[in-house]
Design a protein around this ligand. Structure first.
Ligand code: GUN
Ligand code: ZN
Length: 434
């Protein structure tokens, strides 16, 4: 098959701006050569065309190619509770999230929601996601099957809880073990998919359930792990009452060996130096969810404390407590909240792009995506903003960094022209002019 050669301005972060200089790489009249689902070259368009005269060219001038976004924390059964504003975590769970999650017992409904969810990822330019599944195994099957069919890369798992939620959402540790094993056998490491052991949070899991999580992680050395941590003060108090032996919230997961390189811990808003240092030394990642933290009034994320300790940070929309699927908006929200946080970090456009792409890929263990270096999977999005304001800003921008900052500030789903995963188009806008 002929290679594809895409022409547009290209931005990616092949280096980590939190630890290295010159992390952002830009090709203003760029070419991206894609063969067999992988990036085979990236650079200036004209020399790439000369070297590959037989390639099928896609003239996307006026557009911007970015690596596909990687959402490190999102809940598939919560699409339809987006926008339930005005409550804090535990009330929001009781009134909005959990009743909708109970509806996933109806597998046909779960299939419909899985479709809505995956379409929403694709049309926002998200090509990989670490997804909180459902409390029902057939609903999780629907998610994996639909993800496989669309091509979006998904790590997910059966959500495990055996106390303090709705009874219908509880499962015994024995059943949790058997059901998880079945899902791992069917879906883990199938093209673009990965299984993630997913206890909802310490508040809804007993010690035997956390033990089951450890057993699954030991028996399957490449499955991932995800849960929530230190999101809300009321939640933290309740967890410390349930586990009186624990010195802090993190210690609950540590006792069961659940804090390690494969782990993504969502939120970690209220944390001490000891917590961030232990997370860093155990190699786990934190999914920062700034829209959700604001919407639920959870608090301001101590990004500087995490970065100083060397914690790996990725970005999550946390739909449906968050405010939507856009990783551009999530990047902007991270920036805005660090601006108002005491001792907040000054985030550059390169930081935002890295957080929204390569940082997530590393946290998810999807090592072959997140930037556009040769050899990576061809996972990318083309933005072609239709809006007059954004186009005027871009035309007058004095540097590529300013262009990227404008995209984070002003572009949304209406600017996504096409989304590609593993060299295949998974979304094409009917409204963005070409
Ligand atoms: N903690 C436990 N469950 C949830 C959830 O669904 N959303 C958020 N933001 N936090 C949680
Ligand atoms: Zn969450």
């Amino acid at each position: 098959m002929k290679p594809n050669l895409f022409r547009a301005a290209i931005f990616h972060t092949p280096r980590n701006p939190f630890t290295e200089s010159a992390a952002l790489e830009v090709h203003s009249d760029g070419g991206l050569l894609v063969e067999n689902g992988h990036v085979s070259a990236i650079g200036d368009f004209i020399p790439l065309l000369r070297a590959n005269p037989d390639a099928r060219t896609h003239d996307w001038r006026g557009g911007f190619i970015l690596p596909g976004f990687v959402d490190a924390h999102i809940h598939f059964p919560q699409v339809r509770v987006l926008g339930a504003l005005g409550e804090s975590l535990l009330d929001w769970l009781r009134h909005s999230a959990l009743p909708e999650e109970a509806r996933m017992q109806d597998t046909a409904y779960a299939k419909l929601i899985a479709r809505e969810f995956l379409n929403a990822l694709a049309c926002h330019g998200t090509t990989s996601a670490m997804v909180f599944g459902a409390h029902f195994a057939p609903a999780v099957e629907m998610l994996f099957e639909q993800a496989f069919a669309t091509g979006i890369r998904v790590a997910s798992g059966l959500v495990l809880s055996d106390r303090n939620l709705l009874d219908t959402l509880h499962v015994s540790p024995d059943d949790a073990y058997q059901l998880s094993k079945g899902l791992i056998a069917r879906f883990h490491d199938r093209d673009g998919l990965a299984y993630a052991v997913t206890p909802r949070f310490a508040l809804s899991t007993s010690e035997p359930m956390l033990e089951v999580c450890r057993t699954l992680m030991t028996e399957h050395p490449t499955v991932r792990f995800q849960t929530h941590l230190n999101e809300n003060l009321e939640e933290i108090d309740a967890v410390l009452k349930l586990f009186p032996w624990a010195l802090d919230y993190l210690a609950v997961y540590e006792k069961f060996g659940l804090v390690e390189k494969r782990s993504i811990l969502a939120h970690n808003v209220h944390c001490s130096d000891s917590t961030t240092q232990r997370i860093a030394s155990q190699g786990a990642a934190v999914a920062h969810c700034p829209s959700s933290n604001a919407a639920l009034g959870s608090g301001l994320f101590a990004m500087r404390r995490h970065v100083s300790a060397g914690v790996r940070i990725a970005l999550g929309t946390d739909v449906g407590a968050g405010t939507g699927f856009s990783m551009l908006k999530e990047g902007l929200q991270a920036y805005l909240m660090q601006r108002v946080a005491p001792e907040g970090m000054a985030l550059s456009p390169a930081h935002l792009l890295y957080l929204a792409t390569r940082a997530g890929a590393e946290a998810l263990g999807f090592d072959d995506t997140g930037d556009l270096q040769p050899g990576r999977s061809a996972d990318f999005v083309c933005l072609k903003p239709p809006g007059e304001v954004l186009n005027a800003v871009i035309r007058h921008a004095e540097s590529p960094e300013r262009v990227l900052a404008a995209l984070f500030t002003l572009a949304g789903a209406e600017s996504v022209m096409e989304t590609w995963v593993r060299g295949k188009c998974v979304y094409q806008s009917l409204s963005v002019p070409r």
